[in-house]
Design a protein around this ligand. Structure first.
Ligand code: ADP
Ligand code: MG
Length: 267
């Protein structure tokens, strides 16, 4: 079964250490949410996992089914089954979505995509995925992400996830910019992948709304480059009420107190 294991991961951007020792294990079929204030290192974690240039790993390990991801180039990590839905998807003029997905599938399974009907097959998979998440088919002709709205870019990321069928998906604020119906459609699509195919999900989000749809198995709180608390889905509700302020004093204590109906805030 799929298993993403992150141990003692420390990483820097420029000469500033941002991640100070991340510990996480996400198994196939599980949804783990990562919540935390702005600037706490959530996107940095996603970029370090994907192998974005400019991020220096200072220590620790990341393995996917025993494969050392940190030793691989970004495209090799994708081949190994890692997918990143970016917080800010990049516009790539001159590259079409179907061309990009066809190349990605062909690289992962040499010969398979072409043998199975080539671009026509990729195209059919794209149309099916577009329909599942209400992504207008006319966007499939556009250069990658060019002139798409924020929400359309997030749907585009979800479409890519559905076509590529990775083992692990890191979703960096996939809910930002989505309207309520799109949010539900995207969450349903991700959920189907976890239940039907055993996708492992690391969902970075600020909002309970996505989690109400995705129903995470575990919610982690990332502050200052460390996971300072983890709990079940109820932790997201607690955070909605209390914010993150309590964590600066005692790790987890404020959230626990808020979750305890007997706790007297004035005591
Ligand atoms: P989050 O996604 O949790 O809001 P980020 O991971 O994007 O936070 O950023 C974590 C910290 O790293 C922030 O203080 C941010 O300013 C800093 N940071 C991110 N990218 C760079 C960069 N390229 N150069 C310098 N600092 C950066
Ligand atoms: Mg971010």
């Amino acid at each position: 079964m799929t298993e993403l294991v992150i141990e003692g991961l420390r990483a820097a951007v420029g000469d500033k250490e941002i991640l100070h020792g991340i510990e996480l294990v996400v198994r196939g079929g599980e949804v783990h949410a990562v919540m935390g204030p702005n600037g706490s290192g959530k996107s940095t974690l996603s970029h370090v996992l994907a192998g974005r240039p400019g991020y220096e790993v200072l220590g620790g390990t990341v393995t996917l089914d025993g494969v050392d991801l940190l030793a691989l180039a970004p495209w090799e990590r994708a081949q190994a089954g890692l997918f990143l839905a970016m917080q800010y998807p990049t516009e790539v003029p001159g590259v079409r979505l179907d061309g990009m997905l066809g190349a990605a599938l062909a690289a992962r399974e040499p010969g398979a995509a072409l043998a199975a009907g080539g671009q026509g097959d990729v195209r059919r998979r794209m149309v099916v995925e577009a329909e599942r998440i209400g992504f207008d088919e006319r966007f499939l002709e556009r250069p990658l992400n060019v002139d798409l709205s924020g929400g359309e870019k997030k749907r585009n990321e979800t479409l890519q996830l559905g076509v590529l069928q990775p083992k692990v998906a890191v979703l960096d604020e996939i809910d930002s910019g989505l309207d309520i119906d799109a949010l539900r459609a995207v969450a349903r699509r991700v959920e189907a992948e976890t239940h039907e195919r055993g996708l492992a999900v690391l969902a970075i989000t600020h909002y309970r709304r996505l989690l109400a749809e995705l129903r995470p198995d575990v919610v982690h709180v990332l502050i200052g480059g460390r996971i300072v608390d983890s709990g079940d889905a109820d932790l997201a509700d607690v955070l909605e009420r209390t914010g993150y302020a309590g964590y600066s004093e005692g790790v987890g204590e404020a959230a626990e107190a808020a979750a305890d109906p007997r706790a007297d805030p004035l005591a």
